[in-house]
Ligand binder design. Structure first.
Ligand SMILES: [Zn+2]
Length: 583
């Protein structure tokens, strides 16, 4: 929590928002063209004092964390890290128990030792010499082998196991690190990587978090990767990004390949803006990570049918994350490594510029082999393309892609749009009426001065929450208050959903005076009055019903409840008038 506050304190929303749009100062606020929707007059407002933003055009809004999450396509932890890096705030690992943190640290250390072991096996053993020769035969230079710390796992059952045993490391821990596997007999373990060239997988900060191994002995599978461990999760990392992120930033785009050898050949040939997805399914995580460095990717998977399909599957992920994409399919079914060795770097550079735009590739593959002259088939294809395009977060880009698709597939644009989800036409229908004035003011006070939280919640009976539009917000505030943990704004937004979070951000950015405990009490009072009044209306209905039924006894008791309720409302109104009556 402390870190979130530190980052919040250090980050300047005007500065961050200024990266996405040009802001002009207007009083204490800044306005500019909204970076989330296309507009000609500025309705995007940033409040420097409250550190909030809100667009009166499209309704987006939130704090500096949600801004970064939205614009950079990051989750909350990543947005926090992103801002922490920018403002040089050291980040402790959150949410992990001390035991889990310790395990993480231990596994990390084991990986570093294992890396040293694999390096040594490659460089200074007779068996490693064969591996070294293999790498050189594949055309990899000494410098690249060194830079990416390639290694070798001896072709034995227990080489690494023995190495760690001598260091007193338990096999259980080695198993957690994914370095050994349990054998048939209990207590028996054997090395995961045997007779393989080792490609260490590095985190963005350059720590070895896992390993990939290519067999030299025709074992299955040809390529084997570390399993998920406390420090490595498949699909979270782009291989090589630690070494190439600056080149990617400079180029404004990167080449995405499938595996280690494609990556290394391209890197060695001077195409340094490259990363590998390791395995063919590109994940939103990987795209999100790359988006921090460049807005555009050229997917260059294998030219075989499997590679083409994988490239096709990568398109929706790119669209969804707002990453501009192109696809390069190399002639002759070649992969990048094979192509470079056969045709050289100039030929490759020439083809790079001819990458097919993502939309075109999506359409081409979708219609391939389909009878587009059959209306039913055509509709099906159109729907499948639409499903992908609808995930594009930017409305302008989405609309443009729809237009181009209509043109390309020769269908009326309006017809194409008509195929799109029906709910999209009336999104506002689901939004109920707005906050009550007191309800809104109370939220403003609470966010303006969180110190008043305890006092406000103590005087806010949960029964009064019922039916308020802000009820879900209050439930979250109460829950986090009880658990003594602060809830970051983006998490709140996620929990309450878009329509309510829009309303909240709009309420919070409104001009309002300084918060005070007295005013909070007035609001609570006003809320209780409206709550009691609603109760009175319900009671009135009940009395009328019982009178019709001739239930005298029930009417009597309801009448006395009504009496008590009226007295309560009068008392509350008096208190409110008193409290609010000071000059
Ligand atoms: Zn907007």
């Amino acid at each position: 929590m402390e870190t979130i506050d530190q980052v919040r304190g250090a980050a300047n929303i005007v500065e961050i928002a200024g990266q996405y749009t040009t802001l002009r100062q207007r009083g204490r606020k800044y306005v500019g063209l909204c970076p989330f929707h296309a507009e000609k007059t500025p309705s995007f407002t940033v409040d420097a004092e409250k550190q909030l933003y809100h667009c009166f055009g499209c309704g987006v809004g939130g704090d500096v964390f949600s801004l970064v999450m939205e614009k950079e396509n990051l989750g909350f932890p990543e947005a926090l890290r992103h801002l922490a890096e920018r403002y040089n705030i050291p980040l402790p690992r959150r949410g992990l128990s001390p035991q889990a943190l310790k395990l993480e640290e231990q596994v990390q250390k084991l990986n570093e030792s294992a890396l040293a072991f694999f390096r040594r096996s490659l460089v200074s053993t007779a068996e490693g010499k064969a591996a070294s020769d293999y790498l050189k035969k594949r055309g990899l230079s000494e410098a690249v082998i060194e830079e990416f710390k390639l290694g070798y796992a001896p072709n034995a059952w227990n080489a690494l196991g023995e190495y760690f045993k001598a260091k007193g490391v338990s096999e259980g821990l080695l198993e957690k690190a994914g370095l050994v596997l349990p054998g048939r007999k209990p207590g028996e373990f054997y090395d995961r990587f045997r007779g393989r060239v080792i490609f260490p997988i590095f985190s963005l900060t350059g720590k070895p978090v896992g390993f990939g191994g290519r067999t030299l002995f025709d074992q299955e599978p040809k390529y084997l990767n570390s399993p998920d461990t406390p420090v490595y999760t498949k699909g979270r990392i782009l291989y090589g990004l630690n070494a190439t992120k600056e080149a990617i930033r400079a180029a404004g785009e990167f080449i995405l390949v499938e595996g280690y050898t494609d990556f290394l050949s391209l890197y060695q040939a001077g195409f340094k803006n490259v990363a590998a997805s390791l395995g063919t399914a590109l994940t939103p995580h990987q795209v999100g990570q790359a988006l921090r460095f460049a807005p555009r990717v050229i997917v260059n998977y294998d030219g075989d049918p499997a590679g083409r399909t994988a490239a096709f599957r990568a398109m929706p992920v790119c669209f969804e994350k707002g990453m501009e994409a192109g696809v390069l399919i190399l002639p002759g079914g070649l992969d990048p490594d094979g192509f470079l060795r056969k045709h050289g770097r100039d030929a490759y550079a020439g083809l790079l510029g001819k990458a097919v735009p993502a939309l075109q590739y999506l359409i081409d593959v979708s219609v391939e082999g389909k009878r587009m002259d059959v209306p039913e088939v055509k509709t099906k294809v159109l729907r499948s393309i639409l499903a992908v395009l609808e995930a594009i977060p930017d409305a302008v880009v989405r609309s443009e892609y729809l237009r181009r698709t209509a043109e390309e597939l020769k269908v009326e644009e309006s017809v194409l749009r008509g195929l799109s989800r029906p709910s999209a036409s009336s999104p506002k229908a689901a939004v109920p009426a707005g906050f009550l004035p007191a309800e809104k003011r109370l939220l403003q006070i609470l966010f303006e001065d969180p110190g008043l939280k305890g006092e406000i919640l103590a005087e806010f009976p949960e029964s009064d929450l019922q039916g308020l539009k802000s009820e879900p917000i209050w439930r979250i505030i109460i829950d986090s208050f009880r658990k003594k943990k602060d809830i970051p704004y983006p998490e709140m937004q996620k929990a309450i959903g878009p329509p309510l979070s829009r309303e909240l951000s709009e309420a919070l950015i409104e001009k309002a005076g300084p918060a005070s405990a007295e005013e909070a009490r007035d609001c609570l009072c006003a809320l209780e009055i409206s709550c009691r009044e609603a109760e009175l209306r319900r009671l009135q209905g009940e009395i009328a019903r019982e009178e019709r039924n001739g239930e005298r006894g029930k009417v009597e008791s309801l009448l006395s409840r009504k009496q008590a309720l009226i007295l309560r409302i009068l008392a509350l109104s008096g208190r409110k008038a008193e409290g609010g009556g000071e000059p």
